[in-house]
Design a binder for this molecule. Structure first.
Ligand SMILES: NC(=O)c1ccc[n+]([C@@H]2O[C@H](COP(=O)([O-])OP(=O)(O)OC[C@H]3O[C@@H](n4cnc5c(N)ncnc54)[C@H](O)[C@@H]3O)[C@@H](O)[C@H]2O)c1
Length: 674
């Protein structure tokens, strides 16, 4: 059967042969045993409803075996035989181009070069699922192949509920992932309801078909590190005053692995600790980190030399980050910038390795004695905080990297609370150190509308991507001529990024590009792409963004951590965003519970939009992108964020139909006297 025939086949009439478990592929860990015997039967009943009754007797023991062995039913047998990657759009069997573009994006998220656990349909973050099982994948692809522009596909956490009649201007797909009744949104609820086969963790760009490999994270991390250095007056990339500045952090994993590369682009000395030798090897062999050292004394000497010679170098310390913080204090090594990117959103199951245990020991204890492991993690966090505090007392600028470091350290009883202590009001920061959003991404990017805009060239041709890079660069250079002082730096950084994008060889998987831009930039770039498509210069383009953005995400400890009016624990913005995008022209929309900080801790949404060179696409992009950014700016300005007040006033001048409720300031002395 050809690729097209296999897609159109959906779930096959006859059972395909059982697939051997391929040990060369990176597989998801066995999930926690959470279902009661009765619930296991329900999970099996749920799984079998995808198949004709005649197959139930054969499939039942197989699925029961998967549930027992892996904690989930992935239906491995139904994994297709064809290679999984984003094909050029013309190769998809489809009755509408928009649906073909979505198929391309889905396949990219499951590409072996892109996805973390491709056979378990996990794109990144350990649990970021595109689908729960292979039956859902097959059915969805078939629906997409069959659908017309008069239909919308409804996706419930990976399950395709079906095609529903709609209209040409409606989204072709509406995705929800992990939407729960709020009281049922604790981590174990995910374990249970995911094992039952009725929900999934979509992360941000996994379940929304918008992951573009590692380049997405490199751009954001570079912006963060560069601006953090600027904040402390050490900005080697824009002058020489900070050369030799030292950045200490941890993690060489999925996202954290971008830190040394970002440190190099920002022009400093980076030390990134990583306990997992495999992760160190991967990042070193990929050229994402320059040197590897596994002895603290050698590291200290190397760092002293690098600082003295003002080298631009990144060093992986193969070991625990706590040891680096402590050792550098003992050796009087001044750290300019510090952070942490261990996976503390998942502290008890391998996200954080405690000091004093080697990697293998820790893995064993995690499974054999989880209670003791928990104590070790908390003890290690306390030690880490003590060492960090000593450095910050001597001038180190430390920030939380949205990985729940301060949250978990505080839960462990570490000394990380700010002056307001544990009971700080919503208008203050509760922690002693800011998060990267509170100090950097929030005020410098999100509040002005800058966020992770991205696009994918559906032709699959590198020359189309090169052309779009050139177009985007021309547009930004033009906009920059009349940009206000407040955003000149961001414009300059983004122009520099896009100019270096080709050279930095960032593409893994589809022909994609990320480029931080504000509402004006996103709209003008998209318009220029649409015109180039109309002229026949390039093929159709998919627009999208990460959910880690201005408006898409309500996440009190990350994206919206710089909202101080008490509303950061609400999720109205994210919900409005996705609803607003859906009727303003998005090709698909998605809304998720979960994301990078944990189930129940965030609501995040996103969109995809296919540009085909038409007048309708031009209308859609202008209407939707304007809303997609200005929703968040309006909310941030209502929360009294000064940069957003500036941005919303500019937006109202540019678009007279926009009328935003503006907040009035209260004189502090009035309140003090009450
Ligand atoms: N990069 C970003 O822009 C960004 C933004 C927001 C949040 N985050 C958060 O950062 C965290 C990391 O993400 P990831 O995808 O890289 O996760 P990951 O699990 O792939 O990588 C984390 C790495 O930390 C290592 N590690 C754990 N404990 C350690 C210790 N004590 N010392 C040294 N190394 C240790 C692990 O071995 C692992 O390789 C997540 O919590 C994520 O949500 C990242």
């Amino acid at each position: 059967m050809t690729f097209q025939e296999q897609i159109l086949e959906g779930i096959p009439e006859e059972l395909p042969p059982v697939k051997p478990y391929n040990t060369n592929v990176n597989h998801a860990p066995k999930r926690k045993e959470i279902l009661t015997p009765k619930e296991k039967k329900l999970a099996l009943r749920n799984a079998l409803r995808y198949f004709d009754k005649k197959h139930h007797a054969a499939l039942l023991p197989e699925f029961a075996g998967e549930l027992e062995k892996y904690g989930r039913i992935y239906m491995y047998r139904f994994r297709p035989d064809y290679e999984m990657y984003a094909r050029p759009i013309d190769e998809y069997p489809a009755r509408c181009r928009q649906a073909a573009a979505i198929m391309l994006m889905i396949q990219n998220n499951l590409d072996h070069a892109v996805a973390q656990h491709p056979h378990e349909l996990i794109t990144y973050g350990g649990n970021g699922a595109v689908f729960q099982n292979w039956a859902q994948y097959r059915l969805t692809m078939k629906y997409l192949a069959e659908m017309t522009e008069e239909q919308t596909l409804v996706m419930y956490s990976g399950h395709p509920l079906g095609l529903f009649p709609s209209h040409k201007e409606a989204p072709r797909v509406v995705v929800t992932n992990g939407m729960m009744i709020p009281n049922y949104s604790k981590p174990d609820d995910w374990e249970k309801f995911n094992a039952l086969g009725v929900t999934q963790y979509g992360q941000m760009t996994a379940g929304s078909y918008m992951y573009i490999g590692p380049q997405g994270i490199v751009h954001g991390t570079t912006i963060t590190v560069m601006n953090a250095l600027r904040k402390i007056g050490k900005s080697p990339s824009t002058g020489n005053e900070g050369a030799g500045a030292l950045f200490v952090t941890s993690g060489l994993g999925g996202m954290s692995g971008a830190q040394p590369k970002a440190g190099n682009i920002a022009g400093c000395v980076t030390v990134c600790a990583e306990v997992n030798p495999k992760a160190v090897h991967t990042r070193h062999s990929q050229g994402w980190v320059d040197e590897v050292i596994d002895d603290p004394d050698t590291l200290a000497e190397r760092v002293k030399t690098a600082k003295a010679n003002k080298e631009i170098v990144s060093i992986a310390y193969q070991g625990n980050v706590v040891d680096v913080w402590e050792h550098f204090h003992n050796k009087n090594i001044h750290i300019d910038l510090g952070s942490d990117q261990t996976s503390l959103h998942n502290p008890w199951a391998g996200g954080y390795y405690p000091a004093g245990l080697d990697f293998e020991e820790a893995n064993k204890m995690m499974a054999d004695d989880p209670e003791k492991f928990r104590e070790c993690v908390q003890e290690s966090l306390r030690r880490q905080a003590v060492a960090i505090n000593k450095h910050t007392e001597q001038g180190t600028y430390f920030f939380d990297y949205g990985n729940a470091f301060l949250l978990e350290a505080s839960r462990a009883g570490a000394d990380v609370f700010g002056p307001g202590g544990e009971n700080a009001g919503p208008e203050e920061r509760e922690f002693r150190y800011p998060s990267y959003v509170q100090d950097i991404m929030g005020p410098m990017c999100f509040d002005y509308g800058f966020g992770p805009f991205r696009w994918v060239c559906t032709s699959g041709k590198p020359e189309d991507l090169a052309r779009t890079d050139a177009i985007a660069c021309e547009v930004l250079e033009e906009i920059r001529k009349n940009s206000p002082e407040e955003i000149q730096q961001q414009m300059a950084d983004n122009i520099r990024w896009i100019k270096g994008a080709q050279e930095n060889k960032l593409v893994v998987g589809s022909q994609a590009r990320i480029l931080y831009a504000d509402a004006e930039g996103r709209m003008k770039i998209a318009e220029a792409f649409n015109n180039a498509i109309a002229r026949g210069e390039i093929g159709e383009v998919v627009l999208g963004r990460d959910h880690h953005d201005v408006s898409g995400t309500d996440s009190p400890y990350r994206e919206t951590s710089n909202i101080y009016d008490g509303s950061r624990f609400t999720a109205d913005m994210a919900i409005h965003n996705v609803i607003g995008d859906s009727f303003r022209g998005a090709t698909w929309v998605s809304i998720h519970n979960g994301g990078g900080v944990g189930w129940g801790e965030v609501i995040n949404g996103g969109f995809g939009m296919v540009l085909d060179g038409s007048k309708e696409a031009d209308n859609r992009l202008k209407s939707m992108l304007f809303w997609d950014v200005n929703n968040g700016i309006a909310r941030r300005s209502w929360a009294r964020n000064e940069e957003a007040v500036f941005a919303v006033n500019r937006a109202m001048q540019a678009e007279p139909r926009l009328k935003v409720t503006l907040s009035n300031r209260v004189d502090d002395t009035l309140l003090e006297n009450i």
